[in-house]
Design a protein around this ligand. Structure first.
Ligand SMILES: CC(C)(COP(=O)(O)OP(=O)(O)OC[C@H]1O[C@@H](n2cnc3c(N)ncnc32)[C@H](O)[C@@H]1OP(=O)(O)O)[C@@H](O)C(=O)NCCC(=O)NCCS
Length: 172
């Protein structure tokens, strides 16, 4: 099995966001963003406070950038939770990279000092690949919801993973 690595977002990673900003890659995300929106996204990722949010580049075993994944704090069903999101470039898709990157991210989120209970994800209902990633990583499908995403209405599946099932059992 290939070993992947996650490394924190850096100054040099704007081209990766540009590579991911194609009609094909954004088919479930309301289409490509403008160059300015991509630059703003890059700056946002660089300025994240790790107490609240983290963005990573996914590196393949050769050290090539093949995707991105991150998590950030949200309000979800009356609790603070982490939400996650990701992409894998087309040439690297279909090899389990998103699933393995998510497994690494889950370890990071589990060790986060905030100790939040749930990691959640909201892929569009028609995004078979992303829903597949959630299922494969052990998330539970807990519902679906309509919400605004990048300025348009998106019907999403609602997936949740309990990051601390052991402590939940101890509490009860
Ligand atoms: C979603 C995405 C990251 C998947 O990356 P990937 O590395 O190809 O995914 P994996 O190889 O880890 O596949 C994970 C699971 O999804 C399934 N899957 C992958 N692509 C699929 C597809 N097109 N249709 C149905 N299932 C698919 C796989 O079979 C696998 O499940 P399995 O282990 O049960 O077989 C990639 O397609 C992508 O970047 N898409 C565009 C951006 C995007 O939509 N991001 C998510 C926004 S919520």
């Amino acid at each position: 099995m290939e070993t992947l690595r996650l490394r924190p977002w850096s100054d040099d990673d704007l081209p990766l966001l540009r590579d991911a900003n194609t009609p094909e890659m954004t088919a479930h995300l309301n289409g490509p963003e403008s160059e300015q929106q991509v630059r703003d996204r890059h700056r946002r990722y660089l300025g994240l406070d790790p107490a609240e949010a983290k963005m990573f580049v996914v590196l393949d075993p050769q050290g090539t950038e093949v995707g991105a994944i991150g998590y950030w704090t949200v309000s979800w069903r009356d609790e603070r939770a982490f939400e996650t999101g990701w992409f894998v470039l087309p040439e690297a898709q279909g090899r389990g990279i998103a699933s393995r990157a998510l497994a690494l991210l889950i370890e990071d989120a589990r060790a986060h000092p905030a100790g939040l209970r749930h990691l959640v994800a909201f892929p569009g209902v028609g995004n078979a690949a992303s829903n597949g990633v959630c299922r494969r990583a052990g998330f539970e499908l807990v519902g679906s919801s309509a919400g605004e995403f990048r300025g348009f209405q998106l019907q999403s599946h609602e997936w949740a993973l309990d990051l601390h099932p052991q402590s939940a059992r101890l509490e009860s």
